[in-house]
Write a protein that binds this ligand. Structure first.
Ligand SMILES: *[C@@H]1O[C@H](CO)[C@@H](O)[C@H](O)[C@H]1NC(C)=O
Length: 391
């Protein structure tokens, strides 16, 4: 009821013509949702529409241009905490009974929330265990995946939790965290902060994980941009991870923002780049994976669903083709695995693929044990869509 009144109040404010006094407050309150529109007549309707067009195509673009931080908020969406009522300190509530919650401090006074999920087969042993037990599990031969999540939500987001469960059931450790500004982590978001937090967690892992145990980096969506930033830095330092997995990646943030559903309304607006994309760049947000692949030297696996509505399939394919031509990646396996639209995995559901264990089986056991030779038949191969037959 209150909503409807507000709506009609604003209708009255818009009219402000003496002749429209007949549509007084009482009459307005009795009318249904459609009534105020009808009373406005054709001219009124057009005025209302013009006003909307003015707001959408003039006010909003200028406001964004004047306050580029709005664009940063839309890129990070860290204020969206879906699901709202979960306690990140209690991963058990989400059925993660072999997961430990801990906090690391990448910078003095800045704590970030981390989850370590052990391989599922350790779940009985994990009951009631503390941090030192969890740390000791890293010295087994089970491979470790550092998972870098995308924008919006927290490390407890449902599609993320489902992936941790799937990966841990395959025998992987999964370590994930909320970047500064996300979830229960301190600070505010920035591309540089996301990258340095991931480097900090990677180094923390590297000190605990056995030398012979493979360590992989898995990024999803916006997290793929963080992942290529991180792996580029690791390769620059001469210590690449054993593989980089990019789930639903894009080439760079400008191309992604141009094709994001949010941009639909504006895509054909003259000056779209100037209004919206330059505002992103003005925040120092680049996520230039297409550039980073020219500085990366470790096996790369790209997973992308053809029906991804958030990061278009074409962007993942484009990144793959750029990675295929990269000098620094020559001699390393670069693989692209598409998932047919018929499977409906969209942006978040690749974890549902029953083919995932087969796909991941080809990840190198450890880079220094099995260097990929130039004769490697899997090198730079586009695998046909797994599971196409099941649809
Ligand atoms: C704990 O998790 C494991 C692996 O996910 C599952 O198989 C098991 O049933 C869970 N145990 C309980 C008591 O919920």
């Amino acid at each position: 009821m209150r909503k409807r009144n507000n709506r009609e109040d604003s209708d009255r404010d818009l009219k402000q013509r003496p002749g429209s006094g007949a549509a007084g407050p009482a009459a307005g309150r009795e009318g249904g949702m459609g009534k105020p529109f009808r009373r406005l007549g054709l001219l009124g309707k057009m005025k209302k529409m013009m006003l909307w067009l003015l707001v959408v195509y003039v006010f909003i673009p200028f406001i964004v241009k004047l306050c580029p931080s709005i664009q940063a908020k839309l890129v990070f969406l860290n204020f969206v905490r879906m699901p709202y009522f979960i306690d990140l300190k209690r991963p058990l509530d989400l059925g993660l009974n072999h997961t430990r919650n801990l906090y690391l401090e990448p910078e003095a006074g800045l704590k970030i929330g981390v989850w370590h999920t052990t391989p599922a087969l350790m779940w009985r042993a994990a009951e009631g265990k503390r941090g030192d037990w969890y740390d000791s599990t890293f010295s087994s031969s089970h491979p470790v995946i550092l998972y870098l999540h995308g924008n919006a939500g927290t490390r407890g987001g449902d599609h993320r939790v489902q992936l941790y469960k799937v990966l841990s059931s395959f025998g992987y450790h999964v370590v994930t965290f909320d970047y500064r500004g996300w979830g229960d982590s301190d600070g505010s978001p920035s591309e540089g902060g996301m990258t340095s937090d991931s480097l900090f967690v990677y180094d923390w892992l590297k000190r605990r994980v056995d030398d012979k145990t493979p360590l992989y980096i898995w990024g999803h969506s916006l997290g793929t941009g963080v992942a290529t930033n991180l792996v580029r830095e690791l390769c620059d330092k001469g210590s690449p991870p054993d593989a980089l997995i990019l789930e639903s990646p894009f080439t760079n943030i400008r191309e992604e923002a141009r094709s994001h559903p949010f941009s639909m309304v504006y895509r054909y607006l003259p000056g779209f780049d100037w209004f919206f994309l330059d505002a992103i760049t003005a925040n120092n947000i680049r996520f230039a994976s297409d550039e980073n692949v020219n500085h990366i030297s470790c096996p790369v696996l790209i997973l992308h669903a053809e029906d991804d509505p958030v990061v278009p399939f074409q962007l993942g394919k484009k990144l793959y083709s750029e990675a295929s031509q990269s000098q620094s990646l020559s001699g390393h396996k670069v693989q692209f695995v598409p998932f047919s639209s018929a499977l409906a995995y969209k942006h978040k559901f690749i974890y549902r693929s029953p083919e995932l264990p087969n796909i991941l089986r080809y990840l190198p056991a450890h880079q220094h044990q099995t260097p990929p030779g130039p004769m490697d038949p899997m090198r730079r191969e586009v695998t046909t869509t797994p599971g196409r037959k099941q649809s």
